[in-house]
Design a protein around this ligand. Structure first.
Ligand SMILES: Nc1ncnc2c1ncn2[C@@H]1O[C@H](COP(=O)(O)OP(=O)(O)OP(=O)(O)O)[C@@H](O)[C@H]1O
Ligand SMILES: [Mg+2]
Length: 484
């Protein structure tokens, strides 16, 4: 399903170029030239995200923002602003705007903020079904009937409505993020913001300012004040994912936030009270990290009071088959194909596989098998090939491939005039990757995007960029997953 973005700006030229850019990225676009018209569009198009200019004739930007926010508190609004009006933009973020961006802006920067906004909105707006019937759910659900998962569901029920900090632990792919979202949706704060910070995904140097914000002049490049995600989540919930990887000095700041319920922005002297519920998750062994001096013991004790542990999939045998049915239904619906089911041998294979990558691995294997499959029930051969290719062959193959690529790059560098060489090489590889994904998916773009782990808009723009539209080869009959 395409996401709709509403642009409210009185600048005709800007609306036009936005419309073109965002349509090319695969979004549906609605536009309005004034706040009043914007509110009308809001009702008519029910957008997934709004981009709002602060300087508008008639009803001004701030009034427009307020009206939108009152009507749709969880709708992400990105404010566009010029240097002179950053204070108003900050005011809007305090009141619940998703983020603001300074004019003139770089396109990739804007596209990134849009993607973040859409993800935040998905997390906030779509509830997770807990313990749903696997056949029934094309929505996201936490599936599990096994004893350990029943314990997890009980724990979610117990902690959700308390305001306590929660620590979620478990191996990679066991469902920690899903549990965090379920807690949020069952909490008293479900109508308020839920913001996610992945402590590994953000470079260490930026993490502090991203979390705590900064004052103008706090460091070189801090040209104006910026609120951090914690302050922005005021009243709501913040999910600190991969907290085990957070640098020590930031751990101290989080501890203080937990104890004193306030923070200081970087370069700021003022103590700012914040009311935010923290949910944290990690796949690290925190006890070992404490031993090694990489995690603060005081923070550990503080976090551990209320904790939920997710068992690895290999310890929940009773759930594997249910999860399998759920992913068959769920992924088939997403791929817009009929659910082909699976053979009894395939099911037996799935039940005895150790699943080192846990539920995520199971989900990926089924999704890929569905993409390669042509309507017949998934067989154990299909699944084994995919699971094995994913875990072992990749590295070994790559060593030989890498040697050839290096030779090729050297030839290019020796021949090409210098400034074009980098893009030339990258473009070449990107083209190969994308056209292979299109081939494997029989030319179906949603499936190719899934295979590549790209958003559809992102894939769409790459296909256009590389002019791959007519290069889509038709999948050969009889090709099998082991040709991957
Ligand atoms: N019990 C479950 N029922 C249905 N889907 C699940 C379940 N557990 C996990 N998943 C799915 O598996 C994938 C991985 O889950 P999630 O991202 O929550 O794992 P994680 O523990 O946060 O992993 P990591 O430590 O790698 O971040 C997601 O697509 C999630 O929807
Ligand atoms: Mg996670």
């Amino acid at each position: 399903m395409l996401n709709t973005i509403l642009i409210i700006d009185d600048d005709d030229q800007l609306r036009k170029s936005f419309q073109k850019l965002l349509s090319e990225e695969g979004y549906r676009v609605a536009t309005a030239a004034s706040g009043e018209a914007g509110l009308k569009e809001l009702d008519e198009t029910a957008p997934d995200l709004v981009i709002l200019d602060l300087r508008l004739p008639g009803m001004n930007g701030m009034e427009t923002f307020q009206a939108i926010h009152d009507q749709e508190p969880k709708l992400p609004v990105i404010i566009m602003t010029a240097y002179g009006t950053t204070e108003t933009a900050i005011e809007a973020t305090k009141l619940g705007a998703f983020d603001y961006i300074l004019k003139p802006f770089e396109i990739p920067e804007m596209l990134t903020v849009i993607q973040q906004g859409l993800e935040a909105s998905r997390f906030m707006r779509i509830p997770i079904d807990v313990d749903a019937a696997p056949e029934a759910s094309s929505r996201e659900a936490i599936i599990g009937r096994s004893k350990p998962m029943q314990e997890v569901f009980k724990a979610i029920g117990r902690v959700a409505t308390k305001d306590a900090t929660v620590l979620i632990r478990g191996e990679s792919g066991t469902g920690k993020e899903l549990v965090a979202r379920a807690i949020y949706h069952h909490s008293h704060r479900a109508d308020l913001p839920f913001l996610v910070i992945n402590c590994v995904a953000i470079p260490e140097t930026l993490l502090e300012s991203e979390l705590f914000g900064y004052e103008k002049g706090a460091f070189t490049g801090a040209s104006h004040r910026r609120l951090g995600k914690i302050e922005q989540a005021h009243g709501g919930t913040i999910f600190l994912d991969e907290i085990g990887d957070m640098p020590l000095d930031l751990q101290a700041k989080i501890l203080r936030l937990l104890q004193e319920k306030n923070l200081e922005r970087l370069g700021g002297r003022k103590t700012i009270p914040v009311d935010v519920r923290i949910i944290a998750a990690t796949n690290r062994n925190l006890e070992e990290a404490i031993e090694a001096g990489r995690f603060r013991e005081d923070l550990y004790y503080r976090l551990k009071v209320v904790s939920i542990w997710l068992p690895p999939l290999r310890d929940r045998e009773d759930d594997i088959s249910r999860l399998c049915d759920y992913f068959l239904t769920h992924h088939a619906a997403q791929l817009e194909i009929n659910n082909p089911g699976m053979t009894p041998e395939a099911r037996a294979w799935i039940e005895q596989h150790p699943w080192p990558g846990n539920v995520r691995e199971l989900s990926n294997v089924i999704q890929k098998a569905l993409i390669f499959n042509r309507g017949t029930p998934l067989s154990s051969d299909d699944l084994t090939q995919i699971a094995i290719t994913a875990t072992t062959d990749e590295t070994k193959d790559f060593e030989t491939i890498e040697a050839s690529i290096r030779r090729w790059v050297r030839t290019v560098l020796a021949r090409k005039e210098q400034d074009g060489a980098f893009d030339f090489c990258l473009d070449h590889l990107a083209k190969i990757i994308i056209s292979e994904a299109l081939t494997l998916s029989g030319g179906n773009r949603s499936r190719a995007a899934k295979l590549l782990g790209l958003s559809r808009p992102n894939l769409h723009s790459k296909i256009n960029k590389y002019d791959l539209v007519f290069e889509t080869r038709v999948k050969k009959e009889g090709s099998s997953p082991n040709q991957l």
